[in-house]
Design a binder for this molecule. Structure first.
Ligand code: SAH
Length: 266
């Protein structure tokens, strides 16, 4: 492979996880990177409050689809990053949660590397972690779950690209047999399909489920349900993106606590 020689002007590029929303969940490293940036490219799900750490002179480019705009094509974002680094800027690419969990961070790092630019990556707290913790339950528990699967619900069976369809039935069987918690990102739109496939794959209808919208933000909402009632309950609650769907026995305590609260009118 022909790697272009970096020019002496070359700046720096850092992919920074901005966490799930609450600015206090930023890492110290993330704050330092934001403070040092001369150019910030900011994704959709990044809470604008984290930009309070940026220099007043920093150029801030929003590349998300909030506010009804179409999201900026990935190739354009990458071009912007490459150009800015070559111009000697200190570029920070801010992504919601962790850059390497469904954030296309991997693609960006690869494309920048192909252009001769090495990116540093700073972890962020991924939405699924914050969502489950906010419910007061652990993702793993010796008695209920031996592991966790972070999975995207965005690609449904029949999607154009073959390798992005999730095999929900296989996942259901594995989650049941190996006792795994499922944390489903981008699953709201396809919830009825996901629910049916998980049931067909052998996860019991009584398996506890929770949906957490806007985890860690002031507008956080959550509901608990069972796998059998998931789609109906989610629609009845009027919940939407961004939300994670959590499936597994670690949620038993939450469901019970909520039932008690209803029973005792608290
Ligand atoms: N890199 C991000 C995920 C990007 S994919 C991370 O690590 O968190 C976008 C999906 O993340 C959303 O569709 C939703 O499922 C989830 N998500 C992001 N922020 C969220 C939040 N504050 N609360 C609940 N889900 C969130």
């Amino acid at each position: 492979m022909n790697t272009p020689t970096p020019s002496f002007l070359q700046g720096r590029c850092t992919l920074v996880g901005a966490g799930p929303g609450d600015p206090e969940l930023l890492t110290l490293k993330a704050v330092k990177a934001i403070q040092a940036a001369t150019v910030l490219l900011v994704d959709d799900l990044v809470n604008p409050e984290v930009l309070a750490w940026a220099r007043p002179t920093a150029r801030i480019v929003h590349v998300g689809k909030r506010g009804g705009c179409k999201s900026t094509p990935q190739s354009f974002i990458e071009k912007l990053m490459i150009t800015a680094v070559r111009e000697g800027e200190t570029v920070v690419r801010l992504k919601g949660g962790d850059p390497f969990i469904f954030g296309r961070g991997g693609e960006e790092v690869e494309h920048l590397r192909e252009a001769g630019i090495e990116c540093q990556v700073i972890n962020g707290i991924t939405a699924g972690l914050a969502a489950v913790t906010s419910l007061g339950v652990p993702l793993t528990h010796r008695d209920h779950a031996q592991g966790v699967v972070f999975v995207t619900g965005h690609a449904r069976t029949g999607a154009a690209s073959q390798h992005d369809a999730t095999d929900w039935r296989a996942l259901a069987a594995t989650a049941r047999d190996a006792r795994l918690t499922l944390v489903i990102y981008m699953g709201v739109a396809g919830v009825a399909h996901i629910q049916q496939q998980l049931l067909d794959g052998g996860l019991p209808g009584a398996t506890p489920v929770a949906v957490v919208q806007q985890a860690s933000l002031p507008g956080q909402r959550q509901m608990t349900s069972t796998l059998a009632a998931l789609a109906a309950d989610l629609h009845a609650a009027g919940m939407g993106s961004p939300a994670v769907i959590v499936v597994g026995d670690v949620l038993r305590g939450v469901a019970a606590a909520q039932q008690d609260a209803t029973r005792f009118g608290t």
